[in-house]
Ligand binder design. Structure first.
Ligand SMILES: *Cc1c(COP(=O)(O)O)cnc(C)c1O
Ligand code: SF4
Length: 356
């Protein structure tokens, strides 16, 4: 089974579009938008008016890691341009099937860091929960492309061992909800999970790592804001955008709602060849983020996950790009350029060698 095959819960929250259903005021808009996302490579390629020669390899590569892209995200792509930086993030390619030495299924040592089903602990004071197995978009470079999601908890009872560990270790001050995309949990499931975390007295911070405000902005409903703002915990959200064209008006609206609700917003991006590996794009990304009250947090070096080698950018190039940003932007608008090393005590900052 593909790790990204939809779980029954995800199916339950992805009803087929129902034309007679009430509009999005009832918070169903995002579920309908998710249900309507493109999953068929032929449709994606046809809709964008791209060469039919792309279809066969895309269909093949999609059998390993399915295509998934919401229509709102598709609308931000240029038609007829196979090099569009948003398309590149989602279009399955033949090159994904090349075996490249050093690229594997668990590039960041998740297996070794798993302490209970769904619970990853790598760094002091922080614990990460794999809150869901599903995403609203499948990013071809994803470091959890092959994560064994079937081992992560599905219902509340299966979360008990992870929650007991959090409760039993007073050094944990921050809990990070990740996945998959934790905001694909229903409001009710998210509320229940956060309630369980909230009663642990030593946990002070709740962090949510999500791409939904970018790729499925319909998810940022008033009901969601109500949940996120109700808790004793300080909540912050880390979104994931790689290119300024992702931050279109609907997405800007979602981010504005979150910022207006007082939730601190950060962004993490991945440095990707052909997507954002040039100074003008990274500069525009930082500026757009800052305009939307999102601080650029990390620029990640690509994790060597099987199927993503064609996105690789050498670290020397990354250092040059960050240096170019530093010359033009205030310090808070320059992300930290980092890589993840299995066994390291935190993300490792990639810096230019000091002149001797
Ligand atoms: C990246 C990561 C974190 C968060 O690291 P920060 O540097 O605090 O953003 C926490 N836990 C795990 C397992 C991670 O991979
Ligand atoms: S949204 Fe995040 S977890 Fe999901 S496929 Fe994209 S990078 Fe991976």
């Amino acid at each position: 089974m593909s790790p990204f095959e939809e779980t029954s819960e995800a199916r339950a929250l992805s009803p087929r579009p129902d034309p007679a259903a009430p509009p999005s005021s009832q918070g169903l808009g995002w579920k309908r938008a998710l249900a309507a996302a493109i999953r068929d490579p032929t449709e994606l390629i046809g809709t964008l008016g791209l060469s039919k020669a792309l279809i066969k390899p895309a269909r093949r590569a999609a059998t390993r890691f399915p295509l998934l892209v919401p229509r709102g995200f598709l609308a931000r792509m240029r038609r007829g341009d196979p090099a569009d930086p948003l398309l590149r993030q989602v279009l399955p390619l033949e090159r994904e099937e090349e075996e490249v030495p050093g690229y594997g299924s668990d590039p960041v040592g998740d297996a070794a860091a798993t302490c209970a089903p769904g619970l990853l602990r790598k760094y002091a004071g922080r614990a990460l929960l794999i809150a869901t197995a599903t995403c609203a978009m499948h990013c071809r470079y994803c470091f959890r492309r092959e994560y064994p999601y079937e081992t992560a908890p599905k219902g509340m009872a299966e979360w008990r061992p992870a929650l007991d560990q959090l409760a039993g270790d007073s050094s944990i001050q921050e809990v990070i909800l990740s996945g998959g995309d934790p905001l694909l949990l229903t409001d009710r499931a998210l509320d229940r999970l956060v309630r369980e975390i909230e009663v642990i007295p030593h946990v002070r911070q709740l962090r949510i790592h999500t791409r939904l405000p970018i790729v499925l902005p319909e998810r940022v409903t008033d009901a969601l804001l109500g949940i996120l703002c109700r808790f004793r915990l300080q909540t912050r959200i880390v979104v994931h955008a790689n290119h300024p064209a992702e931050l279109a008006d609907d997405c800007a609206g979602a981010l504005t709602k979150l910022a207006d609700a007082g939730i601190p917003l950060l962004n993490q991006a991945v440095l990707l060849r052909g997507v954002n590996d040039d100074p003008a794009t990274l500069f525009a990304l930082s500026q757009r983020l800052v305009d939307l009250r999102v601080l650029p947090y990390y620029l990640h070096q690509l994790d060597p996950v099987r199927g993503a080698a064609h996105f690789f950018v050498p670290e020397a190039r990354g250092i040059t790009l960050i240096d170019a940003l530093r010359r033009k932007l205030p310090g808070y608008a320059v992300p930290r350029y980092v890589r993840e090393e299995p066994g390291a005590p935190g993300k490792v900052e990639i810096l230019a060698p000091r002149p001797t």
